[in-house]
Design a binder for this molecule. Structure first.
Ligand code: ADP
Length: 262
């Protein structure tokens, strides 16, 4: 089931994100070395690997928040040269504005955050409904649980209706039950929007729960080790034999358990 990660110069027309020989160093640390893989339009791709293997660096490069030192990233065939409304990012530590309400934080994701025209107001209401935060419109981040904060982060990223959703360990700080609920909600949103998703996690169970495909990375320097297709119906039952087999194969590939905390 593991496919080789080899780079290719010819682009499949279904590719939404094409990562070609991307490298990035920070002083003496090589965070990414010749990373190549692609994500198809509408695909849910999870990237797993040990801490420090360059997952966040890679996601930030796709978002256009950091420049790679070498290689290229194409979105829909066009090189990424900076952030764009076609890519929404959900950060690990929420990155909400503490002085803005739920409504204000979500509004900030819109193309025109200050606009209070009926269309923008309606879009904010729609997003609040979509992520299940009705009734909390005027709450501030400090009044919200971790799961609710991340719902705000997701709504803000979805605000401009991006083609691509990038999530960096978004549920790492929420309890297991909330995480399960957020997984189901995220899959519902994905089914509704048809977005292309890149979801970074160090949790193999989470990756197999969500992904069409799992890209496994290795560290020192960060490289793509292999890619696994997860051809299981959703919702996925974590105790099923197929699910457990997929998890075991990825764990074997990584060589050691990435996360045994849950
Ligand atoms: P991961 O998300 O897989 O944990 P990161 O992309 O955060 O990995 O980091 C990859 C490597 O790059 C790590 O060794 C990390 O310490 C280093 N690194 C990341 N960001 C910086 C930075 N801004 N300055 C220096 N080193 C960094």
């Amino acid at each position: 089931m593991a496919l080789s990660s080899g780079s290719s110069s010819s682009r499949d027309s279904r590719e939404k994100i094409t990562i070609q020989n991307v490298s990035k160093s920070y002083e003496s640390t090589q965070a990414l070395a010749n990373v190549s893989f692609s994500v198809l339009e509408g695909e849910f791709c999870c990237v797993v690997g040990p801490s420090g293997c360059g997952k966040t660096t890679l996601l930030r490069a796709i978002a256009g928040l950091d420049d790679p030192d070498g290689g290229s990233i194409l979105v829909g065939g066009d090189p990424v040269t900076g952030p764009g409304l076609n890519r929404g990012m959900v950060f690990q530590e929420y990155a909400l504005f503490p002085w803005r309400t739920v409504r204000g934080n979500i509004r900030f994701g819109l193309d025109r955050p200050a606009c209070d025209c009926p269309n923008c107001e309606a879009r904010v209401r729609e997003l609040i409904d979509l992520v299940g935060l009705k009734g909390f419109e005027d709450a501030y981040p400090k009044e919200l649980s971790g799961g609710m904060k991340q719902r705000v982060g997701i709504a803000r990223a979805l605000a401009p209706d991006p083609e691509i959703l990038l999530l960096d360990e978004p549920f790492g700080s929420v309890d297991a039950r909330t995480r399960d609920r957020l997984h189901a909600e995220l899959l519902d949103i994905w089914a509704q929007t048809g977005q292309t998703v890149v979801f970074v996690t160090h949790d193999i169970d989470e990756a197999v729960t969500l992904a069409d495909r799992v890209v496994v990375m290795d560290a020192d320097p960060g490289t793509v080790q292999s890619t696994f297709s997860i051809d299981l119906e959703r919702p996925r039952e974590r105790t099923s034999r197929d699910f457990v087999d997929h998890v075991a194969q990825i764990r074997d590939e990584l060589g050691s358990p990435v996360d045994t905390s849950h």
